[in-house]
Design a protein. Sequence first.
Length: 202
Amino acid sequence: NLSFQVNNISEAREKLIKIAKINSILKNSNTNISESTEMLNAEIYTPVDKMYETILLLGNIGTLTNETVSTEDWTEHNQLQKIKTEREITRSKRRSKAASSGKAENWTWKDREELLERSEDNLDMAKMENWKIQDKIKWAKIRIYIHGGESGFKIHVPNYKNAFVSSINFFLNAIYVFLWILPFGVIIMILYFGIRWLRMRD
């Protein structure tokens, strides 16, 4: 596992892709760029004989903040699987010979086919397990974590169109309220001047 700190996550992503194109396979990548977070997580597979070269190249991405390297010895698994595969080959030959021998005269074709099919299936599984081990021995997996710089303060440009629309809406609402209270205002004015006029007459 390799962790890096960079100032520009986009440039770091470009460097990573260029390095992966040299002799590796980019299995997966996840980039997240937002106002508060800038990070990239990736996983690459590189040939074992190119692993150290690839690690040195990855060092050009940015400042290395954490590194964890671990290896698994597949020698014992590989040798054990070879023994299993050879044993299945021997069994397959023995079963094929038994199915075609005179002792199998009383066997039905179904019995012969089932015997050979089981033998072939076991041999296929042994070969598949052997291939998986060889594939793990051939390729090294490297996980990469890249963190961008702090976003800091950013200038937010207001949406003047929204401000203009809000101003018009406020003006129209004010007119609506004015028209709504206007009749009550007229009535109050009439009552006020009417009462005043009556008092003046008295």
